[in-house]
Design a protein around this ligand. Structure first.
Ligand code: HEM
Length: 522
């Protein structure tokens, strides 16, 4: 195996040299599953050796991009290659070239074998290419519309109001990350399936309910264990001799599937009988799919391939939840931590909230007239995903957009690219404030081109509504440790964000509970 690896490495190196761009040679492939488990431990040990500072320790581990930011591109220019025994990875930090890559998706197909793992409940947007993807994208895109966004807005406001009630009743909150995940899950339950659940803080919840107890518990168990489910597969998890914990995961998969089937059948009946039904992503998906099949059969007589199959509907419902849960939740966690460390930015945010929302009651905060005016709240989101972009490119991709480098390169972001400063997103013309539109191709947290994130506005609305509720009447600080001044507590929190954030499945704060937060009325 070792000889084979070295031969592949040499071949890849010779191929890369022909391009005449800077090269870094790495002995182990980024996509090697065994290496992905032990990489950080081994690299940490090798770093302690006298020759420990090398390309191997700098690049040959998962998540190196987050630490490196734009350093490598500043040293080597806009493009360089990492040569590994698996594939060669071309890192690009040039907006024009990247836009060209995004435009010519068919010349840069995605490695479907990696995404296949997401087929747990059926084929979906993330796991198909070409004609199949076009069909699915067209039908699913019509479901991410303004009426879904209004549901996201209303549900986020209600949940955030309960969340701040719970946080402000305690002297110190260690459960921020878990509570935000609950909020994000509940927003998805409502917008996705029309099911509303009351917020309950992580440390107030009683013994955990069975995953089969209701739809939300089953979805939570599926999402919390999705890596395990992808690795072992649903068929294997069904084995009766497995330990209790794994059997619970299987129960959750069955319950989640059963729930989707019940709604699916009810929705089909309503559609056939011409009855109106509740508006949510699942019902919209079924309706949009039926409409598409009908339109197509009327014009061409080929209904079967035009709509989505039952499995494709389930697959997409799963992937909406998978793609929309932790991305938004981790971003909210980073933003709250940054705000807690920056009281003056909380005041700046509150100024806008006062101006736009005044003293109106929560029920009167209106998605259509208020959301677009909350530019500073949006700026907090943009600044957070600029520095802490949740998603990453999958292993084995040949051309890698250098997200972290693009988002922190002084050429695009001025002299302080590493500082979290939301006001960089606001242009002021007299009294009117506008959100800055960055140069195309320099800011791609939701990706670009036809395969970009369909849930972008969904996440923006959830984020802004939550910020509005949290910061309209409240302020937050990191709870000082014994003998610590408030300034040192803020520095400690900033340091925690910088040194204790890493890629798990997505980029996240690893131990936010180590800096408990305190909320107080303004
Ligand atoms: C801060 C929040 C979010 C960020 C930063 C984000 C980012 C991204 C990125 C970068 C991609 C492209 C991935 C790739 O090319 O492999 C993507 C795809 C996708 N996202 Fe999001 N996302 C967010 C929230 C959401 C939400 C809330 C939903 C749904 C409710 C969602 C649904 C999807 C789906 C279905 C895809 C696959 C699209 C396709 O392949 O055609 N995302 N997202």
């Amino acid at each position: 195996w070792t000889t084979y690896s070295w031969v592949c490495l040499l071949q890849n190196y010779l191929a890369a040299r022909k391009l005449g761009i800077p090269i870094r040679v790495l002995p182990i492939s980024h996509g090697n599953p065994f290496w992905m488990i032990v990489d950080k431990t081994i690299v940490r040990l090798v770093r302690r050796l006298p020759f420990g500072d090398s390309s191997f320790t700098r690049y040959n581990w998962r998540g190196w991009e987050v630490d490196d930011k734009c350093r490598s591109h500043l040293e080597m220019g806009d493009v360089y290659m990492q040569v590994t025994p698996g594939k060669n990875w071309l890192y690009l930090c040039n907006p024009e070239s990247l836009l060209d890559v995004f435009r010519r998706r068919s010349s840069f197909p995605r490695p479907l074998e990696i995404y296949e793992l997401l087929n747990i409940f059926g084929p979906n947007l993330s796991t198909v290419e070409g004609h199949q993807w076009k069909k699915q994208r067209k039908i699913t895109a019509s479901c991410f519309n303004e009426s879904t966004n209004e549901v996201v807005w209303t549900e986020s406001l209600a949940l955030a109001a309960d969340m701040i009630q719970s946080w402000s009743s305690k002297s110190s909150v260690r459960t921020t990350a878990d509570d935000i995940r609950t909020l994000s899950l509940h927003v998805l339950s409502k917008a996705g399936f029309g099911k509303s659940y009351k917020f309950q803080s992580h440390d107030d919840s009683t013994a955990s309910a069975s995953p089969a107890a209701n739809y939300k518990e089953s979805l939570k168990t599926v999402l919390d264990n999705c890596v395990l489910i992808m690795a072992l597969g649903t068929k294997f998890l069904a084995k009766p001799w497995l330990p209790q914990k794994l059997r619970k995961v299987h129960e959750a998969c069955v319950a989640f599937q059963k729930h989707m089937t019940t709604v699916y059948e009810e929705e089909r009946r309503a559609f056939a009988e011409g009855r109106a039904s509740d508006r949510n992503l699942l019902s919209s998906l079924i309706r949009a799919s039926n409409e598409e099949a009908r339109r197509s059969s009327e014009s061409k007589g080929t209904p079967a391939s035009a709509g989505l199959t039952e499995a494709e509907i389930y697959g997409n419902m799963f992937v909406f939840n998978f793609a929309g849960h932790d991305t938004t939740a981790h971003t909210l966690m980073f933003a709250i931590a940054f705000l807690a460390a920056n009281p003056s930015i909380q005041d700046w945010l509150c100024e806008e909230l006062q101006q736009v929302l005044g003293n109106r009651k929560l029920e009167e905060w209106d998605y259509y007239s208020d959301f677009a005016r909350l530019k500073r709240c949006n700026a907090v989101l943009m600044e957070t995903v600029r520095l802490y972009t949740p998603s990453r490119s999958p292993p084995d991709t040949m051309v890698i957009p250098s997200y972290a480098a693009l988002h922190t390169h002084p050429r695009f972001w001025g002299p302080d690219p590493l500082v979290w400063r939301p006001s960089r997103w606001i242009d002021r013309d007299g009294l009117v404030e506008e959100l800055v539109t960055p140069q195309r191709g320099t800011f791609i947290p939701w990706s670009e081109g036809e395969r970009s994130c369909p849930g972008k506005k969904f996440s923006q609305v959830e984020f802004v509504a939550t910020m509005a509720v949290l910061f309209r009447y409240w302020r937050v600080v990191p709870e000082p440790m014994k003998g610590e001044t408030s300034d040192s507590a803020r520095m400690r929190l900033l340091n925690l964000i910088e040194t204790d954030s890493a890629q798990v499945l997505l980029l996240q704060m690893l131990h936010p509970e180590r800096a408990p937060l305190s909320w107080a009325k303004r």
